[in-house]
Design a protein around this ligand. Structure first.
Ligand code: NAP
Ligand code: MG
Length: 403
């Protein structure tokens, strides 16, 4: 069989622990036999990040700007324990944070749905994608404990020294206070990434906040979304037959519960953090969530939403069998290959991505799956496989599909 050619490289970011093991298995079994894989490889494994003083993460981000599409394996975000475990020179920053800071993107998370794993909310027939603004608000807030009576004010001092202030509260006794901010440029980028991704996936998008209460802060988000939409996207949305609307967050929550799915829900930073955990649990499994970072300039970085599955890795190191679910990582690859194909006009590559997804879903729907899914499926007579055998079962199905 002739392998599918790729004209432009894909940026490949390898990672850590169990997902690094999955990475190689997926490439060897499901990609390299079928595609003449053309990638620019960056090793974001923690050891190599440490050796390069994390320069490799920065280089991989710039490569993504150059080629437009990247696929990333889950990576360890170092904490005190990891600094010791890997004898790190420094507690390196989260790679995802570094990549996001360079590409200035928004993260979209969507579940992979299969028959036999029903969402807790029965009427959710299609995936619901969450777009989370990844800058500011409570994540970059300044806080203070107020010990006793006194006045708290917000003061803005302009570059020329002039000031503007607003009273927060006249405290009669002890309390707490918090000051948070966001940036017009960041909100505009967020809006552009959201509208770009909605057009890309032909899905309607909602944005919701609490503008009735937060008349300046949240209202500014609402206004910016509307201005960017009207100026740059309205015509394109009309042509694509999709919609953008703003609604109050209370209304959004009620609508989501009653919906059939199949739309994007754009959230402010905190709302997105909480709601994405709620949705991934309700859809079934973290191992079935994909994640894509979309920059306002149209660069894409695909990955699984879960981490490096450390617990399984330690079992694997002890020679014990694991049944780690590779589906989200497979879908990171298919997402990236399809996007590469779309940008390069490579129909064969796009068709291959579709077939690999079909083979993966088909394997699960025929009753063959990893342990995490076997525990929650309604299918009967399920075959639970270890990681390697599950990937081999997908390969058998894929071979049938590609002929
Ligand atoms: P995790 O890797 O997401 O795993 C948490 C638990 O979820 C696992 O122990 C496992 O449950 C289940 N799980 C997740 N993915 C699974 C899969 N593919 N198949 C089967 N079960 C799966 O989170 P973590 O263990 O808290 O974090 C490990 C490392 O990942 C950390 O160092 C963290 O920094 C990093 N991390 C990276 C990213 C990223 O790169 N995007 C995201 C999150 C975390 P059971 O143990 O019950 O089987
Ligand atoms: Mg969270």
């Amino acid at each position: 069989m002739e392998k599918i050619k790729m004209t432009t490289p894909l940026v490949e970011m390898d990672g850590d622990e169990m997902t690094r093991i999955l990475w190689t298995l997926i490439k060897d079994e499901l990609l390299i036999p079928f595609v003449d894989l053309n990638t620019e490889y960056y090793d974001l494994g923690l050891e190599h990040r440490n050796e390069t003083d994390d320069q490799v993460t920065i280089d991989a981000s710039h490569a993504t700007e150059k080629y437009g599409v990247a696929v990333k394996c889950a990576t360890i975000t170092p904490n005190v324990a990891r600094v010791e475990e890997y004898n790190l020179k420094e507690m390196w920053k989260s790679p995802n944070g570094t990549i996001r800071a360079i590409l200035d993107g928004t993260v979209f998370r969507a579940p992979i749905q299969v028959k036999g794993i029903t969402p807790c909310v029965r009427n959710w027939e299609k995936p619901i994608t969450i777009a989370r603004h990844a800058y500011g608000d409570v994540y970059k807030a300044s806080e203070m404990k107020i010990p006793g009576p006194g006045k708290v004010e917000l003061v803005y001092t302009a570059e020329d020294g002039s000031t503007e202030s607003v009273l927060v509260h006249e405290f009669k006794g002890p309390g707490i206070v918090q000051g948070m901010h966001n940036l017009t440029a960041s909100i505009e980028s967020f809006a552009r990434s959201c509208f770009t991704y909605a057009l890309d996936t032909k899905q309607t998008i909602w944005f919701a906040s609490k503008d009735t209460i937060s008349k300046k802060y949240d209202h500014t988000f609402k206004d910016i979304f509307q201005e960017v939409f009207d100026a740059e996207y309205k015509d394109k949305f009309d042509a694509a037959g999709i919609e953008y609307f703003y609604t109050l967050i209370d209304d959004a929550v009620a609508r989501v519960m009653k919906s059939k799915g199949g739309f994007i829900w754009a959230c402010k930073n905190y709302d997105g953090d909480v709601m994405s955990d709620m949705l991934s649990s309700a859809f079934g499994s973290l191992a079935m969530m994909t994640s894509v970072l979309v920059s306002p300039k149209g660069y894409y970085e695909y990955e699984a939403a879960h981490g490096t599955v450390q617990r399984h890795y330690y079992k694997h190191l002890k020679g014990e069998e694991t049944s780690t679910n590779p589906v989200a990582t497979i879908f990171a690859w298919t997402g990236a290959l399809r996007k590469r194909g779309e940008i390069d006009g490579n129909k064969e590559l796009m068709a291959f991505a579709d077939k690999l997804e079909e083979a993966t879903i088909g394997t699960i729907e025929s009753g063959t799956m990893t342990k995490d899914l076997a525990l929650i499926t309604e299918l009967e007579d399920v075959t639970t496989l270890n990681t390697q055998d599950f990937i081999k079962a997908i390969r058998t199905n894929l071979e049938k599909l590609v002929g």
